[in-house]
Design a protein around this ligand. Structure first.
Ligand code: BYC
Length: 329
């Protein structure tokens, strides 16, 4: 796939002969599988691409806490509440590793957060959908964290060292998240008819948005070819989306739930499932800021940032005081 993506993107990206010597040496290191580290020379466009992707990833982790936070006070048991809280705390941790990885590329946390709050930086489309019932906690863990793992396992091998290393722990924790989600779905599906219906309803609402998480189709993906050449992307959006469908259909069957896609069908020749058309108009609309919860999500993040100002000021004053004392000594 890597070769195929680079191939299709050849009109947009340079081949080795066209590159300046420094850039050629950089590309050769990448082709040999050598990691790029923060202090190494890198093309400005590589740095920018990573800042864009890593920061959007970090924002997704932070904004991703909000739909689940909605259910902390209404979890059905103390145990479920404790597990959900631990998962949400993990997401905060992921955001922090990722902001730190982005900072190694010479951007400040304030700049990154400023871009989120102004609407300049994106975060994952999936977090602009509402969580209407407890079953949504199951569906998010199962489908959203499940998709996140499929997308993120290859990132542990991406070319930028600090990003790749941050992803190792993130993926381990995501695996726990996906299992807790599936466990909620199993409990609901083994419960009353009403509980099983809640699980089906959650699957109906989260299925298509989860498929959209993988990004536009390969034909429409503007960044894929260059990211593949730089080995930031090891698999294409469509390839990973197909993996998610193939992995999830048997899991839905085990639960006794129906995937909301009349065109879903096993394709013997391909050895994978065919599935229906994605509503890209809906996806683009969410990206433009018009999803069901976009405004609410941004407003809550901005409010949290403003509310935390006194704390950041306090930390800064404390740090300044100690630095002053050290300089005086
Ligand atoms: N939502 O050329 P493309 C999580 C944008 S966190 C919004 O294919 P690329 C979790 C894309 O940014 C989930 N925007 O781009 C957390 C680009 O716009 P810009 C987040 C999307 O970068 C808590 C444009 O569309 N995961 O899992 O090559 C709880 C064209 O796309 C989306 C990551 O961030 C989307 N779904 O590929 C539970 C993983 N898709 O930036 C779970 C790392 C595309 O040019 N990121 N866009 O203005 C990636 O792997 C890649 O950035 C993507 C997109 C596959 C997402």
């Amino acid at each position: 796939m890597y070769a195929q993506l680079v191939e299709t993107g050849l009109s947009k990206i340079q081949n080795l002969e066209e590159m300046a010597p420094e850039e050629r040496a950089f590309q050769q290191r990448i082709d040999e599988g050598i990691k790029i580290e923060a202090k190494d020379w890198m093309p400005e466009a590589y740095r920018k691409t990573l800042v864009r992707q890593i920061s959007q990833h970090a924002h997704s982790e932070i904004v991703g806490q909000l739909p689940e936070a909605n259910w902390v006070t209404r979890a059905p048991t103390l145990e479920r509440k404790a597990i959900l809280l631990a998962k949400i705390q993990d997401e905060a941790g992921h955001g922090l590793y990722l902001y730190s990885a982005a900072e190694t590329l010479g951007v400040s946390r304030d700049q990154l957060l400023g871009d989120l709050h102004s609407g300049k930086a994106k975060y994952s489309s999936i977090f602009n959908y509402p969580t209407l019932s407890w079953a949504d906690m199951g569906a998010i863990g199962w489908l959203v964290d499940g998709s996140a793992i499929i997308n993120q396992i290859p990132l542990c091998r991406c070319s930028y060292g600090p990003y790749a290393r941050a992803m190792v722990r993130v993926c381990k924790e995501e695996s726990f998240h996906a299992r807790q989600g599936y466990d909620i779905m199993m409990a609901l599906c083994r419960g009353t008819a009403e509980q099983k219906q809640m699980a089906q309803d959650a699957l109906n609402r989260w299925w298509w948005p989860a498929l959209m998480m993988f990004g536009p189709s390969d034909a429409a993906s503007v960044n894929s070819a260059q990211s593949a050449q730089w080995r930031i992307k090891l698999f294409s959006n469509d390839e990973l989306r197909q993996r998610m469908v193939d992995q999830t259909v048997p899991q839905a069957e085990y639960l006794g739930l129906t995937i909301p896609d009349p065109d879903l069908k096993w394709n013997e020749a391909k050895g994978s499932y065919d599935f229906g058309a994605i509503d890209w108009e809906e996806f683009n609309n969410v990206l433009r800021g018009n999803g069901p919860c976009n405004r609410q999500r941004l407003q809550v993040r901005k409010q949290a940032y403003d509310d935390g100002e006194w704390f950041r000021d306090g930390l800064q004053a404390h740090a300044d005081k100690h630095q002053g004392a050290r300089q005086a000594a």
